[in-house]
Design a protein around this ligand. Structure first.
Ligand SMILES: [Zn+2]
Length: 288
């Protein structure tokens, strides 16, 4: 049923799409405030009213953390193969193709070299938009190479995580990436090189069970969900209600799993100070 009936025929309706309010404004899911998109972008996608951190993409983190023009992407051409011939509602090969097209990258992490306030770093930033940031053999291999690059060049490693966990379509090939990356991180530590893990919303599953929790220093964004199994699975398994705020960055901080909860706009500054301190270039100031 329509509310109005058009009496006259042949009235032309313009099909040109005007800018809808939804494209200009964004509602904060936390406080309900209506936010102007341009303001939101200027505040690195953090609600000016309540501090809610909207999820942002891989390129946003690279821009936020690295000195302008310093990033050089490496291993961008590595792409997964469907080794198991895995099919669920569609084939893994088809899924990969769709995500490659959608994201314009070959897998769920971007790695390379860059500088944070003139400190050269080997960096990896996961892309939750590529199959939920799942870790398959290519993500594992790229993280492994990022660690090896840090060792070779004797520079620190920074990994920004956002992941639903191991990529089920690659079965055990995914799971072995946990061991592979963890072993190399132990080598990085043996070489006395710093590793800073930055965990964003969400960081879960196999990524939490490996490099996201192995940083010498682990920073998390406010209210990020960080955990291994999801709360529903845990609740069903242990048959008990879970505490409020379970698996949030703040809960993990309280229980000693992360070192600090850092608002996005302070992330670069804090990482930069931490690295300088770890490399013996600067003393930590009182404020931090
Ligand atoms: Zn808000």
């Amino acid at each position: 049923m329509s509310w109005f009936k058009r009496e006259k025929k042949k009235i032309e309706t313009t099909t040109a799409r005007k800018e809808l309010p939804g494209e200009l404004w964004h509602k904060c899911p936390s406080c309900g405030d209506i936010l102007y998109r341009k303001d939101l972008a200027a505040r690195v996608s953090v609600c000016g009213n309540c501090g809610h951190h909207f999820r942002v993409g891989t390129d946003d983190y690279l821009e936020l953390l690295l000195d302008q023009g310093s990033f050089r992407e490496l291993d961008a051409d590595l792409s997964s193969v469907d080794a198991l011939g895995f099919v669920d509602s569609k084939s893994y090969a088809q899924r990969l193709e769709e995500y490659r097209e959608r994201t314009r990258r070959n897998d769920a992490i971007v790695c390379g070299l860059g500088a944070i306030d003139d400190v050269e770093v080997s960096i990896g930033v996961m892309d939750f938009g590529f199959m939920g940031g799942s870790m398959g053999s290519v993500v594992g291999e790229k993280v492994a190479r990022a660690i090896e690059r840090a060792i070779e060049r004797r520079i620190p490693l920074v990994i920004v995580s956002a992941s639903g966990g191991a990529r089920m379509q690659e079965g055990v090939l995914s799971l072995m990436q946990m061991g592979k990356t963890s072993t190399l991180l132990a080598e990085l530590a043996t070489n006395g090189l710093p590793f800073i893990a930055v965990d964003t919303d969400p960081t879960t599953g196999g990524v939490t069970a490996s490099y996201a929790m192995l940083g010498d220093v682990i920073y998390a964004e406010p209210h990020a969900q960080i955990g291994f199994a999801g709360p529903r699975v845990i609740k069903q398994t242990i048959g008990e209600d879970l505490p409020d705020e379970f698996q949030t960055a703040e809960f993990l901080l309280e229980h000693g799993f992360v070192d600090a909860v850092v608002p996005r706009d302070r992330l670069k500054r804090i990482i930069s100070r931490t690295l300088r301190w770890m490399l013996g270039r600067e003393a930590l100031a009182e404020e931090e």
